[in-house]
Write a protein of this length. Structure first.
Length: 340
């Protein structure tokens, strides 16, 4: 088992691009400011909360993926990816403050995330997740101010099991459970979910890959495996085929995401970068960013480093870049005249 901070991951494959797009879905929404109403409640996708808190919050403490796999299980790789909430506090002269301007740059106390990954090989397999509590301090210009980032301890388990269902076919189950010690929230606290989020696995995704075997589509399974595909039970997530389309309802990689997808999803090549809303139109979001006032942009820059990246990226787009976002027809299909 390996546990990795993937915040600086680069040179992404097509599978990694769609995984990261889903991983950050809803992370921060336009107008990318802390004061925006739509950013008042965050971490809304794929949360796996501590077992002691789940019932009070009405949130799950586990996530289960089930898929059909053909071929040997010893070359199977399962990657569980999630975000961990990080509290970012502006500190001046040893005291926390809500906001501070240093050398003309504005800084705001809020929350960020860091990426985590747990890797298992083969089936059956099981590992314990244990991320220690920690802090990191970033000095700001001068000697009196800093950004202090802190994160809670997270603990849990990831288990992979295999059950034969047909000749050469097995049902794989990946079960993720959060056992993090956390204070039980007050049911009457309307901010209970936000207070508990730092103890959760946020935006949890599972990627399964088989070099020597293949996974069967659950959306359009082969006729002889349809009943077995229907019997797969997925809790809080839905697996789809990703990567190379082999044309027969099978692939070597599956992405199990809390975001509803179809088989073989793609990130549009015209997209200039992540806008944290894969269901929106990039052109509309880019134009909305460019229409923000100077005050709105200043607040967005101060709210989150990833918002700052979006502003800089949009400001650097040329006319041709914007025109490429106007729309592309990927394929034509013959009309049959049949009602759908």
């Amino acid at each position: 088992m390996t546990l990795t901070d993937l915040s600086d991951h680069s040179d992404l494959s097509d599978v990694e691009k769609i995984t990261r797009t889903c991983l950050y879905e809803g992370y921060l929404l336009w107008p990318y400011r802390k004061s925006a109403l739509k950013n008042a409640k965050r971490w809304t996708f794929g949360g796996v909360f501590p077992a002691a808190c789940a019932d009070v919050l009405g949130e799950p403490a586990t996530m289960t993926t089930q898929v059909l796999h053909e071929g040997p299980a010893d070359d199977l790789t399962v990657r569980v990816r999630f975000l961990q909430v990080v509290d970012r506090t502006v500190v001046q002269d040893g005291q926390p403050v809500d906001e501070l301007t240093v050398s003309g740059e504005r800084y705001v106390s809020w929350q960020e995330v860091t990426e985590r990954e747990v890797v298992l090989t083969g089936a059956p397999a099981a590992v314990t997740v244990d991320i220690p509590e920690g802090t990191d301090t970033e000095k700001l210009p001068g000697d009196a101010a800093s950004l202090v980032r802190g994160w809670r301890r997270l603990s849990g388990t990831v288990e992979v099991t295999a059950e034969p269902v047909a000749d050469g076919v097995r049902r794989l189950t990946v079960r993720i459970a959060n056992s993090t010690p956390a204070p039980v929230p007050d049911p009457g606290d309307r901010h209970a979910r936000e207070r508990t989020a730092p103890y959760a696995f946020v935006s949890t995704h599972t990627v399964l890959h088989s070099a020597g075997g293949r996974f069967v589509s659950l959306l359009e399974p082969p006729a002889d495996l349809r009943d077995h595909a229907t019997a797969c039970r997925n809790k809080g997530t839905w697996p789809v085929l990703v990567g190379a389309d082999e044309g027969d309802g099978r692939a070597r990689t599956v992405l199990s995401s809390p975001v509803t997808l179809y088989d073989f999803p793609r990130v549009a090549p015209e997209s200039p970068g992540d806008l944290f809303d894969g269901t929106e139109i990039d052109q509309l979001l880019v134009l909305s960013v460019l229409s923000m006032t100077e005050e709105e942009r200043a607040e967005a820059r101060a709210s989150d480093p990833r918002a700052r990246e979006i502003l800089d990226r949009c400001a650097g787009l040329g006319v041709d870049d914007l025109m490429n976002l106007h729309g592309t027809i990927r394929e034509f299909r013959a009309a049959t005249g049949e009602a759908r």
